[in-house]
Design a binder for this molecule. Structure first.
Ligand code: ATP
Length: 249
């Protein structure tokens, strides 16, 4: 069974076509990065996969058709880290605990509490546990959002620009974590703008432009032409021991 299957997914905003018959599938445990210029439709595609926008075509998630899934069922299959997370008065621990909502009755169980402690440690933010989310830096808040998604314990994790707001060391930590999660069997799908961070840690790359897929590559098959076509720029691709490095000229 595939983690995700999209067939002819199309979406329009007020008659303006944003996604045009997008089809691809994702294996379990894959680390897929979606690349493309501003306005290509990347976030819209994620929102369709998450059932937040009603598109035409079909989307299967872990073998179930999206249209047949109840909200709570979907929340146990797919978790989401949005581009921007609104901080609030909740302390980090309780904010992350919200990720357990699809499993909780009225109050959290000891298992829920243990899991949250674990997740905070995995993401390296256990020291922030008592801090209100309103009192965090952008990067800290991003890590908290990732922790909340991990607490949701879903087979698929979707992230919209997960390294935004993070300093270089935190960027590497998060990307390493995402890679480890995918190696452990979680399907990770991330929209990213930092091409080189994506190339270093991602495994498969889908290039999007004007609502269409221009290319779908594994790391070792990637060519500079697809970057040039996608981003309308001259590019030099350099092989390094960490994989290809892309210079925009
Ligand atoms: N609520 C909306 N109503 C109308 N048009 C929208 C809406 N949201 C997005 N769009 C348009 O849809 C197109 C695709 O937007 P989307 O956010 O999916 O692109 P993106 O590839 O994620 O871009 P970015 O890299 O800038 O985040 C854009 O032209 C955008 O202006």
């Amino acid at each position: 069974m595939k983690a995700l299957v999209l067939e002819d997914v199309s979406f329009s905003y007020n008659g303006r076509s944003i996604l045009k018959e997008v089809s691809f599938d994702v294996e379990k445990g894959e680390f897929l990065v979606i690349l493309g210029p501003n306005g290509a439709g990347k976030s819209t595609l994620l929102r369709c996969i998450l059932g937040m926008l009603k598109c035409s075509g079909s989307i299967d998630i872990m073998g179930r058709n999206l249209k047949t899934l109840r909200r709570d069922e979907l929340a146990r299959l797919i978790s989401y880290v949005p581009q921007r997370v609104e901080p609030n008065f909740l302390r980090v621990f309780d904010f992350v605990l919200l990720g357990r909502k699809p499993y909780m009755s009225l109050r959290p169980s000891n298992e829920d509490i243990k899991l949250v402690i674990n997740v905070l440690e995995t993401v390296g933010i256990e020291k922030l546990a008592e801090r209100p989310t309103k009192m965090l830096s952008g990067g800290e808040l991003q890590k908290v959002a990732i922790a909340r998604a991990l607490a949701q314990e879903t087979p698929i994790l979707v992230l919209d620009e997960p390294t935004n707001n993070l300093d270089p060391k935190s960027q590497i930590e998060i990307m390493r974590l995402l890679r480890e999660l995918s190696l452990a069997g979680k399907t990770v799908i991330a929209v990213m703008h930092d091409v080189n961070l994506a190339l270093r840690f991602g495994e498969r790359f889908i290039f999007m432009k004007k609502g269409e897929i221009l290319g779908d590559y594994r790391k070792n098959t990637i060519r500079k032409e697809v970057f040039e076509k996608t981003f309308d720029a001259k590019v030099e691709l350099i092989e390094t021991k960490h994989g290809p490095l892309c210079y925009f000229l």
